[in-house]
Design a protein around this ligand. Sequence first.
Ligand code: GLU
Length: 323
Amino acid sequence: MFMRKIGVAAAAVAGMAMLSAPASAEETFITIGTGGQTGVYYQVGGAVCRLVNRGTEDHGIKCTHTTGGSVDNINGLRNGDLDFGVAQADWQYHAYNGTAPDTFPDGAYKDLRAVFSVHPEPFTVVARADSGISSFEDLVGKRVNVGNPGSGARATMEVVMEAMGWTMDDFSLASELKSAEQAAALCDNKIDVFVFTVGHPSGTMEEAATTCDVNFIPVQNEAIDGLVQEHPYYSYATIPAGMYRGQDEDVTVFGVGATFVSNTDASEDTVYHVVKAVFDKFDRFRRLHPAFANLQKEKMITNNLSAPLHDGAAKYYKEAGLM
Ligand code: GLU
């Protein structure tokens, strides 16, 4: 009885599949590397997949997304585990140019391709209100979450530490919690401060600011001036007043941009359809997360992209009159 039911159901499903897709349609499964669930990358991947999967019947592409972080995502593209990834502009630059051998020991990754850029990501420093931290320099001697290896946030923290002349020994504790764990650790008083390069608003910051009293610490000094002046992918950035509970003033920090990348293994057709799914339904895409509210198509295809544009993306941008 049970078996027969399954048999009938399977036949019905098979029948439906035959009606809805031509026999020749090939399915292409794509995976996008994103970041922790309380960050914004995860939302980018979710938004892109949602729009792509609405058109699976037409183009045959089925999209899923994983967690990770910039460096893991670029490595995942390189070793064939991923088809797309979200990555900070600084790590896109270094991966393509081979300019950060500690982070990418395999040298320049010339098959990396840019697809579009996404939201800005300020280097954000969140301290417990009772920690005695009021400036970035005050991190010395404190319990600091520097971020997990594999995240772009951690890699950028290491660049900043070098510019500041700090090593991990300058902190009383340097923890490597993942982005989704750091707000709880802060409010449970396991750490004094965490550093996270992420778009705003993000779940991580909302969780911290609503669970305990925190301060958002400005990051602007001579060392940071030097980084911003010397590198095209860094600029000063503002976390606008009122973004989070208790954050009543603009906070000046520096930051990077988030980008969406792929590689030359991804077919022109696949990348074309992924870009089309997002750009044809752009207003809908922008509404999927408040960090996307200010995105503009024209800037997304030029800003922060250091690897060459993927051919499939360029094809769509030309067709849409954007290039
Ligand atoms: N910028 C962070 C990283 O590359 C991720 C931010 C996020 O999850 O939104 O690790």
